[in-house]
Write a new protein. Structure first.
Length: 313
């Protein structure tokens, strides 16, 4: 059955039947708007969009994968503010001849990733479109803490990272060359493994700045450096190259550090911590903050190409 044969309201019924709820969900799908409890009184919000052919390919990723990825891209931004995610709103646009099962599996992926982060899909919208598009808005709760901004890094801070890095970029390269292995790299591209709990944990310990690494480690470190008016220096030797990544890089003729330093879509969390503060367990120290401006690797500007992904470039 296609989504056209299911009909707008039939598709909505199929989608909402697959969704769960969280304690913060006062009113979920089915009315003009959802109602979400935010005890802190401040709502953290972020939105992102995935467009077929630009952000995903159906011959590379299942609908379930796309759902996980669409949710993770937004939920990671909430965690990067030091907040706890609690709700997702999803806008789905697809061609009329799309198999309705694709939309159902997309919903399952969205709901599963939201649940992993402690959130729920509480509403959204659907529309016909020649281009398959998924737009997600995530909401979160600070739970009494101050938000962790990009602008708080200070000279003397340490730079730390939580989550895997370089895996998604390596997986993208593998897929773009026509291969489907190593599985660990390909699966990392298809579904991020976001360390959601690391964001609030970093905030609790006094992280001075934090950012979701979506466009590349150096690019996003550069955003922190620019906002904080400091230098973030990344220690290349802090990263051990996993065996599968090293083997894939050798086979494809790629420097594996280019994946680690400039590859995006892993959605790791990059944070800075004041002197004397040991980062939470999920974080690994990868550099330092000093006076000046910009981002460096081992004390020098990175001279091997772009620092990460940039739309319209």
């Amino acid at each position: 059955m296609s989504v056209a044969e299911s009909g707008e309201f039939g598709l909505i019924a199929r989608i909402t039947a697959r969704l769960g709820a969280q304690p913060s969900t006062i009113l979920g799908p089915g009315d003009d708007a959802a109602i979400v409890a935010v005890p802190d009184g401040r709502v953290v919000a972020s939105t992102d969009v995935l467009v077929e052919g630009r952000h995903f390919r159906r011959d590379w990723s299942s609908a379930l994968d796309v759902g996980h990825r669409a949710a993770a891209a937004n939920l990671a931004d909430i965690a990067a503010m030091g907040a706890v995610p609690n709700a997702l709103l999803v806008a789905f646009c697809g061609p009329p001849d799309l198999d309705v099962r694709w939309a159902e599996e997309l919903t399952d992926g969205l709901a599963a990733e939201a649940e992993r982060a402690g959130a729920a899909v509480v509403g959204g919208d659907i529309s016909a479109s020649p281009v398959l598009t998924v737009a997600v808005t995530a909401l979160g709760d600070l739970r009494g803490r101050e938000p962790v901004l990009r602008s708080g890094a200070r000279a003397g801070d340490t730079v730390a990272l939580a989550g895997r890095i370089g895996y998604a970029a390596a997986g993208y390269t593998v897929l773009s060359r026509g291969f489907r292995t190593p599985k660990a790299l390909v699966e990392a591209y298809r579904r991020p493994a976001v360390p959601y709990s690391a964001g609030p944990a970093a905030a609790e310990l006094g992280a001075t700045s934090m950012i979701d690494v979506s466009d590349g480690l150096l690019a996003d470190a550069g955003h922190v450096a620019s906002a904080s008016r400091v230098v973030l220096d990344i220690d290349r030797d802090a990263f051990a190259i996993p065996e599968q990544m090293r083997d894939a890089a050798a086979a494809l003729g790629v420097d594996p550090y280019s994946w680690i330093l400039t590859g995006g879509d892993d959605h790791a969390l990059l944070a800075t911590f004041p002197p004397g503060v040991e980062p939470p367990e999920l974080f690994q120290i990868i550099g330092s903050v000093s006076e000046g401006s910009g981002v460096t690797v081992d004390g020098k500007p990175y001279g091997d190409g772009p620092l990460g992904w940039e739309h319209f470039r």
